[in-house]
Ligand binder design. Structure first.
Ligand SMILES: Nc1ncnc2c1ncn2[C@@H]1O[C@H](COP(=O)(O)OP(=O)(O)OP(=O)(O)O)[C@@H](O)[C@H]1O
Ligand SMILES: [Mg+2]
Length: 507
C-alpha cells in the first residue's frame, strides 16, 4: 500500500470513528425517547376521555331535543301570557332546561320575541341565538352555540321557532373538538414516528456515507503535500541510480522535506563534481601517457640523428670548395631543427612526469620578482605589496608556473608591459599576471587549461596545463579571463601560510 493510501485511511478513520459512535448513540436515544412518548396508556386515556365527553354531549342533545318537543306541543306560537308564565318557569325547572326562547321570522331574520327561564337562573338578556337557527334547522335541529348554549330549535309554525336548552361554558364545544383533534393528532404522530424510523436511519446512514466521501476527498488533498515531495525524491533517487547526476529537487512542502530536498541537491552536486574530477584525472593520465610515449619515440631517433649529423659535420671539411659552404649551411639548418625537435621532446617528457615537489616556506613576491628578471628590463612591471606573501611550495615548480603565465602575457601583447600583482585575500595569496593583448579567443576559456590546446603556430599547448597542475599540487587554483578595457588576467591562488611565521626560505 502506498504512503498516500495509508495517510488517507488514517485520516478517514480519525474523522469518521467519533462521528459514527456519536450518531449511533443519538439514534438509540431518539428511539428510546419516542417509545416513551407513545406509551399505549396515554393513548387509551385520551380515547376514553374523548368517548366520555362525546357520550355526555349526545345525552345532553337527546334531552334538550326531547324536552323542546314537549314544550312545542304545549305552547302557542306567541308571547306567553303573564298568567301562564309562573307555571311554565316551574315546568322548565322540572325538565332540567335553563332557558326557552321564542323567535319570529321578520325581514329575513329570526328575531327574539320572548324568553322564559326557570326560577334561580339568571336571565341572559344579550344571548340572541337568531343567527344560528337556520343552520340548526338544516342539521338535525341541534344548536351548538359558541355563545355558551346547547339547545334544540323546533318550529312552531312557518314564522315561529322555539329554542330550548341549557347554558354551557363558552369554550365547551371547542374543548370537546380539541380533545378529539388531539387524540387523532397523537395517533397520526405515532404512526408517523413508526413509518419514519427506518427513513431516519437511512438518512443518517446516507449522511455518514457522504461524510466518508468528503473525508476521503479532504484527506487526499491533505496528504498530497506530504507525499508529493517524497515521490519526487524516490523518482530522483531512481534517476541518480541510473547515473543521471544533473537531477535536482524543488524544495517545497514542510520544513523537514525542504531540508531533505536541499541535502539531496547538495549530495548530487558533490557527486557530479567528484565524477567530473575523476574524468578529468583520467583524461590527464591518458594525455601524460601519450606525451611520455611521443617523447620516448622522438628522443631515441633524435640521439642517433644527432650523432650521425656530428659525424657528417666533421667530414664536411673534406668537401671541396665552392660546395663546402652550402653543405655547411644545410647541416646547420638541420641541426637547428633537430635542436627544436629535442626541445619539444623535452617539453613532452616534462609534462609526462611532474617531479615530486619539495615544499618549503617562501614569499610569492620573491617568485614573481625572479620570473620578471628572466625578461627584458621594463617588459614586466611589478606591483607587489610591502609585506612578504607567505606560502608553502616548491620554488622551482612555482617559478615555472609563473614564468609560463608571463610568457603567455608577453606573447599576447608584446607592445604594452606585462604587469604582475600580488596581494593577500582572506586566507589566500593571489598572484595576477595582466596584459593588454587581444584577450582570450572566443570559446577557448573552458579549454585553455587542457593539454595540447593552443592557438599559436609553434605552441605546444602545455603551458597552462602545467600551471594548473602545479597550482593543484599546492592546494590552489588558476583562472584565465578577459580584463575590462582589453587584455587578459591570469590569476594564480595559493593558500596563505598562516601558521609559519619564519622568514621565507631561500632554498
Ligand atoms: N594572456 C593570454 N592572452 C590571450 N590568450 C591566451 C593568454 N594566455 C593563454 N592564452 C590562450 O591559451 C592558449 C593555451 O595557452 P598555453 O600556454 O597552454 O599554450 P601555448 O601558449 O599556446 O603554448 P606553449 O605555452 O606550450 O608555448 C594559447 O594558445 C592562447 O590561445
Ligand atoms: Mg604558453
Amino acid at each position: 500500500m502506498t504512503l498516500r493510501a495509508r495517510l488517507v485511511l488514517a485520516l478517514l478513520a480519525l474523522a469518521l470513528l467519533p462521528t459514527a459512535v456519536f450518531t449511533a448513540f443519538t439514534l438509540v436515544q431518539l428511539d428510546r425517547a419516542t417509545a416513551h412518548w407513545f406509551r399505549p396508556g396515554v393513548d387509551r386515556a385520551l380515547e376514553s376521555a374523548l368517548q366520555t365527553s362525546k357520550t355526555a354531549l349526545v345525552r345532553m342533545e337527546a334531552t334538550v331535543t326531547a324536552r323542546a318537543e314537549d314544550w312545542v306541543a304545549a305552547l302557542p306560537p306567541a308571547v306567553l301570557a303573564p298568567e301562564r308564565r309562573a307555571a311554565v318557569r316551574e315546568g322548565l325547572r322540572a325538565s332540567g332546561l335553563d332557558f326557552m326562547q321564542l323567535y319570529r321570522r321578520h325581514g329575513g331574520r329570526w328575531e327574539r320575541i320572548d324568553q322564559v327561564v326557570p326560577p334561580g337562573v339568571i336571565e341572559a338578556r344579550g344571548v340572541d341565538l337568531g343567527p344560528e337557527i337556520d343552520a340548526a334547522l338544516a342539521a338535525g335541529r341541534v344548536l351548538h352555540s359558541p355563545r355558551g348554549a346547547l339547545a334544540a330549535a323546533t318550529p312552531l309554525d312557518s314564522a315561529h321557532v322555539l329554542v330550548a336548552g341549557m347554558w354551557v361554558p363558552p369554550d365547551f364545544f371547542a374543548d370537546v373538538a380539541r380533545v378529539s383533534e388531539g387524540r387523532s393528532h397523537y395517533s397520526r404522530l405515532g404512526v408517523m414516528v413508526d413509518v419514519q424510523r427506518p427513513y431516519t436511519w437511512l438518512l443518517v446512514s446516507g449522511l455518514m456515507v457522504a461524510l466518508a466521501a468528503l473525508a476521503v476527498l479532504l484527506s487526499a488533498v491533505l496528504a498530497r503535500p506530504l507525499t508529493r515531495p517524497l515521490s519526487e525524491l524516490a523518482a530522483a533517487l531512481e534517476r541518480v541510480a541510473g547515473g543521471d547526476l544533473t537531477v535536482r529537487l524543488r524544495a517545497h512542502g514542510a520544513r523537514e522535506l525542504r531540508t531533505l530536498a536541499l541535502a539531496f541537491n547538495a549530495m548530487t552536486g558533490r557527486l557530479a563534481a567528484a565524477r567530473e574530477a575523476l574524468k578529468q584525472a583520467e583524461r590527464e593520465a591518458a594525455w601524460r601517457e601519450v606525451a611520455r610515449r611521443v617523447a620516448h619515440e622522438i628522443k631515441n631517433p633524435l640521439t642517433t640523428l644527432r650523432y650521425a649529423l656530428h659525424r657528417v659535420q666533421r667530414r664536411a671539411a673534406l668537401v671541396p670548395e665552392p660546395e663546402r659552404q652550402a653543405v655547411q649551411q644545410s647541416l646547420d639548418a638541420i641541426l637547428l631543427e633537430l635542436e627544436n625537435l629535442a626541445t619539444m621532446a623535452e617539453q613532452f617528457s616534462q609534462y609526462a612526469r611532474l617531479p615530486e615537489p619539495r615544499i618549503v616556506p617562501l614569499d610569492l613576491g620573491e617568485v614573481a620578482r625572479a620570473a620578471a628578471a628572466l625578461h627584458e628590463p621594463g617588459a614586466v612591471r611589478l606591483a607587489l605589496g610591502g609585506e612578504p606573501l607567505r606560502v608553502r611550495g616548491d620554488r622551482l615548480l612555482l617559478s615555472r608556473a609563473v614564468h609560463n603565465l608571463v610568457i603567455n602575457a608577453c606573447e599576447a601583447g608584446p607592445e604594452a608591459p606585462v604587469e604582475i600583482r600580488t596581494r593577500a585575500e582572506g586566507a589566500l595569496a593571489v598572484l595576477e599576471v595582466l596584459d593588454r593583448g587581444p584577450g582570450l579567443p572566443p570559446g577557448l576559456a573552458e579549454r585553455a587549461f587542457d593539454p595540447y590546446v593552443s592557438t599559436k603556430d609553434r605552441g605546444s599547448g602545455l603551458g597552462l596545463s602545467l600551471v594548473r597542475d602545479v597550482a593543484r599540487q599546492h592546494g590552489g587554483g588558476v583562472t584565465l579571463e578577459n580584463r575590462e578595457g582589453g587584455g587578459a588576467c591570469a590569476r594564480l591562488t595559493l593558500p596563505l601560510d598562516l601558521e609559519d611565521g619564519r622568514e621565507a626560505g631561500t632554498g
